[in-house]
Write a protein that binds this ligand. Structure first.
Ligand code: ATP
Ligand code: MG
Length: 556
């Protein structure tokens, strides 16, 4: 398939339209994008949207996408995050090949260009305090005030800037600013800060620098150095674009990248601010960055979400120019779509109720169970059946309402892959709790059908009491109780019931023996994945997602 044909078959959006036009008009010979994370936290599903867009566009148009760490703030950045980000991008299914870069790779060149701006009279060293600068910056309706240091000579500026670099001054003593326009309607153009003094050890450059460039100063120039053609970022940078362009116009950069903005992902019941995610971890509200309730890629992976589902989700939500809130139910939909196809079926009982089949004689038997209903190639397995089994407590009601077709006194149901059983007796303890059911079975219904043609309205799952294995199962509910949590006071909106631990579920032996992290479907319950906390003989499973939309009822 040619690139042009391939483009036709891919989802289109305004970014892809721009790229296609630029290639068609010859403005660019090939497309180069980049994904530029700041290594100050783990990647989340919002980043996944950006990764799928940047790497996806590069792939679809036969170009390339760089991974560039925007490592300009050593006080917040850590090697742990750098490693996690690389692993997460790979897991999501993308590859930067040889093109791994760091803004810190360019510190020397960025510094040189800053001296050039000074020489051209377009940058100056400002001695005002942070507060003074904030006040002098003005407001949306009020112009800013020129700094008293704005008219320093080139010589004085060069001398001070070099001494800033040499580490002569304490943190915050001075900054280097671009000399643009304190009266500009765009606050980003009111003499933005290019460099601040920061005596901090950098994960890559160590103690070589005591001044660090601002995001605005580093970003576009890094793009230009790498030959980025389309610098795609989120909408909040739209107002920074004139500054992005100002640097590109006023510096002898090797190429002329252009910035395009798209709407960031906002997801209901979810917070995607790294500051809040960090606070959730540090505050012990979750067990770590990879807690399965976290919207991080590490958390989603641990929960059992396959990377295909995230790519599918990114495709479904598309790329738009206006911010919106995506229903987290759509994410669950994508997860179910993928897992329904890929996950093998198993039986597990989360809240066991013992059933004794009083007319069953003998040591037990093995029955054939289908591994995947739509894929004969997935084969079958043998499940053990005997006189005592467990069923789900929810599948029995002593006094059922009219539409309850599962087990109740006198009712007959099908045991999946096994027999029809009829409930004959309910056994209770002294407190009146149901402890056991006594049932009879019809030997003629082996495999699930009655030779006399009689029907049952329900099929329920079960496990053998003697052969099933105990397991811990962790059920996850949304981390927040509100569709749009208050980011400023996120702790107020935390869901106290976001984690439900079932300590004594029973699972079929095939599940206990399988160490694979690949999610399986527990029949009638949902998709579950083995957690890393599993120990030999003590499996732990995470519910990835239920079989039906769980958010519909929360929202309703
Ligand atoms: P912070 O939460 O601290 O503002 P950030 O989310 O911007 O940080 P970065 O590491 O700078 O984190 O993000 C890397 C890239 O991912 C940026 O290009 C950013 O625009 C994009 N990105 C971040 N959050 C989202 C989101 N929710 N949806 C889409 N893209 C996002
Ligand atoms: Mg950012």
């Amino acid at each position: 398939m040619s690139v042009a044909e391939k483009i036709e078959t891919e989802a289109r959006d305004f970014i892809r339209d721009i790229v296609a036009d630029d290639l068609a008009s010859g403005r660019h010979k090939s497309v180069v994008t980049r994904f530029p994370p700041e290594p100050n936290g783990y990647l989340h599903i919002g980043h996944a949207k950006s990764i799928c867009l940047n790497f996806g566009v590069a792939q679809e148009f036969g170009g390339r996408c760089n991974l560039r760490f925007d490592d300009t703030n050593p006080t917040k950045e850590e090697q742990e995050y750098i490693d996690a980000i690389e692993a997460d991008v790979r897991w999501l299914g993308f590859d930067w090949g040889q093109h791994l870069y760091h803004a810190s790779d360019y510190f020397e060149r960025l510094y040189g260009w800053a001296e050039e701006l000074i020489r051209a009279g377009k940058a100056y060293v400002d001695d005002q305090t942070q507060d003074q600068m904030r006040i002098a910056r003005g407001t949306l309706t009020e112009a800013g005030q020129n700094s008293p240091y704005r008219d320093r000579t080139v010589e004085e500026n060069l001398d001070l800037f070099r001494r800033m670099r040499a580490g002569e001054f304490p943190n915050g003593a001075r900054v280097l600013r671009a000399k643009i326009d304190m009266g500009s309607g765009n606050i980003n153009l009111r003499d933005p800060v290019l460099y601040r003094i920061l005596h901090a050890t950098h994960p890559r450059t160590g103690d070589a620098w005591t001044i660090y460039p601002s995001y605005d100063y580093a970003h576009g120039q890094s793009d230009a150095i790498e030959g980025i053609t389309h610098s795609i970022c989120t909408l909040e940078f739209e107002d920074h674009r004139p500054l992005y362009d100002w640097f590109i116009e006023n510096l002898p950069v090797p190429s002329r990248p252009r910035q395009y903005e798209f709407a960031r992902l906002n997801l209901s019941y979810t917070v995607l601010s790294k500051r809040v995610l960090n606070a959730l971890v540090k505050g012990g509200h979750v067990s770590g960055w990879d807690d399965p309730r976290m919207p991080t890629l590490a958390g989603l992976r641990r929960r059992g979400v396959p990377p295909e589902a995230l790519r599918d989700f990114a495709k479904r939500i598309g790329v738009a120019k206006a911010n919106s809130l995506v229903d987290v139910g759509l994410l669950e939909f994508s997860i179910r779509e993928v897992l329904n196809k890929s996950a093998q079926r198993r039986m597990a009982v989360l809240r066991p109720l013992k059933v004794v089949i009083t007319n069953y004689e003998g040591p037990g038997e093995e029955l054939d169970a289908v591994n995947h209903p739509d894929e004969p190639g997935a084969g079958t397995r043998r499940v053990k059946f005997g006189r005592e089994i467990f069923i789900e407590r929810d599948d029995f009601m002593e006094n059922p309402p009219k539409k309850f077709f599962r087990l109740s006194p006198g009712a007959e149901v099908r045991l999946r892959y096994a027999y029809f059983i009829t409930c004959r007796e309910v056994v209770k303890d002294a407190a009146g709790n149901i402890t056991e059911l006594r049932c009879s079975y019809d030997p003629a219904t082996r495999g699930g059908n009655a030779p006399d043609g009689r029907k049952v309205k329900a099929t329920i799952h079960w496990v053998s009491a003697a052969d099933s294995v105990g397991a811990e199962v962790r059920l996850y509910n949304p981390l927040f109780v509100k569709p749009e949590p208050d980011v400023a006071n996120f702790a107020n909106d935390l869901n106290p019931n976001s984690l439900e631990v079932i300590a004594d579920a029973r699972i079929e032996p095939a599940l206990a023996a399988d160490n694979s992290p690949a999610p399986v479907q527990f029949e009638r319950l949902g998709y579950f994945a083995r957690d890393k906390d599993s120990a030999p003989g003590k499996p732990v499973f995470n519910r990835t997602v239920g079989l039906r939309d769980s958010y519909a009822k929360i929202a309703g």
